[in-house]
Design a protein around this ligand. Structure first.
Ligand code: PEP
Ligand code: MG
Length: 363
């Protein structure tokens, strides 16, 4: 088995020598990041920070944040969240040893954090130590008909800007601390679910202010990169002016597929096999990147993005990121890297190499 391992490592090192597109991993936890490193991912292309809050007491903290009704209440929760997030990011920077780490600001569809049913509400009332009526009223307030098209991502970030301020502070404090011990780190901060340039401007000005404050407080003169997830059709269409404010654009093909087809990513499974059987769609577009539709938006977004900023970094980070057809497509468009689940990294490295070799020998 050891020999097989050695042979596989050798094969992968040959693959790395010929491939011409970067391979990063999607990683939300230190364990994911370690797996990504073990498979020699060249960085983290997507850290979904809301996923750091699905477990244990942490989900309650997230709920407390969402349920805060006064600025003081929100401030108190954010003060408890800050050290947790700072430690999370320090861990990621330590494990990734100076490789790029792209941290996506919270993109928490509210329904994923709202209590479910009467018993869920009762439980939350106990945890937060507030009357049940207060919880039910707030759930009524926050419930949305279409949460995936609701106050998600940057929309929550703009209506409650203190949340992204807290995350930016945690990232910068971790950056300053890591830079002192292990050399300069340039964190990448990514804004989710953007559909208008103004959203980027608003977030950018607040994050710049947080960066300036942390530089003064710590005396560490770090840099950072701000980028945008292109996952609404409008963001692809407006990529030119969005890229003027973004060092990088990363295509989130899960939401982009959902919104291009107008097809719920959480419900499509109910009829998809029937649709594929009847040849309405050749494949499930959530499994295989749809080059004719979603791919066109990637192409157009990349072209327009480059018009706004010729050296904009381009990547893909949806579930499709590790698939050979998606890698081939992104490579043909001159993308800088793909980001996929950590376990797909070795196969993605091989696929990318195979594509480069095919080009070289003209097949
Ligand atoms: C995406 O939409 O493609 C994406 C990577 O983000 P998420 O899956 O977290 O919505
Ligand atoms: Mg998304």
């Amino acid at each position: 088995e050891a020999a097989l391992d050695d042979a596989f490592q050798t094969l992968l090192s040959w693959a790395d020598a010929v491939r011409d597109i970067g391979i990063r991993a999607n990683a939300d936890t230190p364990a994911d990041a370690q797996t990504a490193r073990n498979f020699e991912a060249e960085g983290i292309g997507l850290c979904r920070t809301e996923h750091m809050f699905f477990d244990g007491d942490r989900v309650d903290l997230m709920r407390e944040m969402i349920f805060a009704e006064t600025p003081e209440g929100l401030g108190a929760v954010l003060e408890r969240l800050l050290p947790l997030q700072r430690a999370d990011f320090k861990d990621l920077f330590r494990i990734m040893q100076g490789l790029p780490v792209c941290i996506r600001l919270f993109d928490a569809p509210l329904h994923e954090f709202l209590p479910v049913g009467k018993s869920g509400m009762r439980e939350l009332a106990e945890v937060l130590d507030v009357p049940l009526a207060q919880i039910t009223a707030r759930v009524d307030d926050l419930s949305e008909y279409n949460p995936m098209l609701g106050q998600r991502g940057v929309r929550l970030g703009i209506s409650v800007p203190e949340i992204y301020d807290m995350q930016a502070r945690a990232i910068f404090e971790a950056t300053a601390a890591a830079s002192e011990t292990s050399g300069a780190i340039v964190p990448e901060i990514m804004i989710p679910l953007v559909s208008a340039m103004r959203e980027v401007e608003l977030v950018q000005s607040r994050i710049d202010a947080v960066a300036a404050a942390v530089r003064t407080e710590t005396g560490v003169d770090f840099e950072y990169k701000l980028g945008v997830m292109v996952e609404t059709p409008r963001a692809a269409l407006r990529a030119e002016d969005i890229a003027e404010h973004a060092a990088f654009l990363s295509f989130g093909t899960n939401d982009l597929t959902q919104m291009t087809y107008g097809l719920s990513r959480d419900d499509a499974g109910k009829f998809m096999s029937d649709y594929v059987k009847q040849q309405v769609y050749e494949e499930d577009p959530f499994h295989t990147l749809d080059l004719e539709g979603v791919g066109e938006l990637l192409k157009l977004g990349a072209e327009r993005g480059r018009r706004g900023r010729p050296d904009v970094t381009l990547s893909i980070c949806g579930e499709h990121g590790g698939d050979t057809n998606a890698i081939a497509f992104c490579r043909a468009q001159g993308f800088d890297y793909v980001s996929c689940s950590p376990f797909r990294v070795p196969v993605a490295r091989l696929s990318a190499a195979q594509l480069a070799l095919k080009d070289k020998i003209g097949q």
